[in-house]
Design a protein. Sequence first.
Length: 391
Amino acid sequence: MAELPKAEWTTRADLAALVAALGEGTVRWVGGAVRDTLLGEPVHDIDAATTLPPETVIERLKKADIRVIPTGIDHGTVTAVLDGGPVEVTTLRKDVSTDGRRATVEFASEWRDDAARRDFTINALYADPETLEIHDYFGGMADLAMRRVRFIGSARARIQEDHLRILRYYRFQARFGAELDAEAEDACAELAETLMGLSRERVGWELLNLLGLRDPSPTLARMQARGVLPVVLPEAGAHEIEHMEIMIETEQMYGVPPNAVRRLAALLPPVPSIAETVAARLRLSRAQRERLVCAAERNPMDGRDAHSLAYELGTDCAIDRIVMLGGDPTAVSGWEVPNFPLKGGQIVSRGVTAGPEVARILREVERRWISEGFPSETRVQQLLEEELTGR
């Protein structure tokens, strides 16, 4: 009998209270927490499956003074708010019908039925919260040992149920996979065009999560070669993927943490209008769009003065641009951008009439301050004096 290794989260008192409130034998941990614990990786989110209907889950948790939010009650999911973090508790389900974008489900009573509707074998592992016994219905333990991402049942059938599983497959393969599953690779290529019918938010979310992994380059190269990437990101060709691969080597050389938007920018031509189009298509947030466009405005001169670049654009964009050139961004990593210690009012107080002349002097003093490497306020006052006496 396989057991889940004891980890810090498996001994949490608040989780034990949750299990006690729901009742012995009615709940199991499932999915990422089980998978990642078996791999020895950090666990961030904990999900539970239960044989109880959601109304009963709510009733029992409230009786135990555990706060509960009906986050997805129509689909059987409620969220228990615990001291150690929220836990989603979902009633066992099975698919009734699917159309590639969403599924109609009904509640189930058998654990195997619930496992059968999940995407990959390594995500269909359940653990008893008290004994830590693992329940594996489709060979997920063996696949995990071989670092293989395999669909439950027919890959084509599972993708036809939810087309987003194509991108999920590549994301999980990039994160966990070593051995390729030929059936999955062929099915993703065959059904790639179905991705066009999905919401842009879902596609963008999956793509950014893939790009944020340690090194998605080999996976993206396969996606491009098999005709999957052109469906969701036609701007990215073999040349752009090679550029991203080189940039990731630079990131790793200088200890720059992965950033999905930076990787996305590397996959695009350095054309701001293209970046704007992609940001709109993938429904990126305003901050993500601004960072993507800033990176798209890169030019070969960016690496000449890292501090000036960071002062002008901010450290994030400066790091992005420097790394894209293959340069060393450590000069601005963690650097606190200084504030220019001169205001227009100080110039007016020196006898200059408010208006264009004040703005001109302010710009000129700031330009010299930047060129001298951001000296102290004392030096700024000297620069101001020089500018005023030279008028």
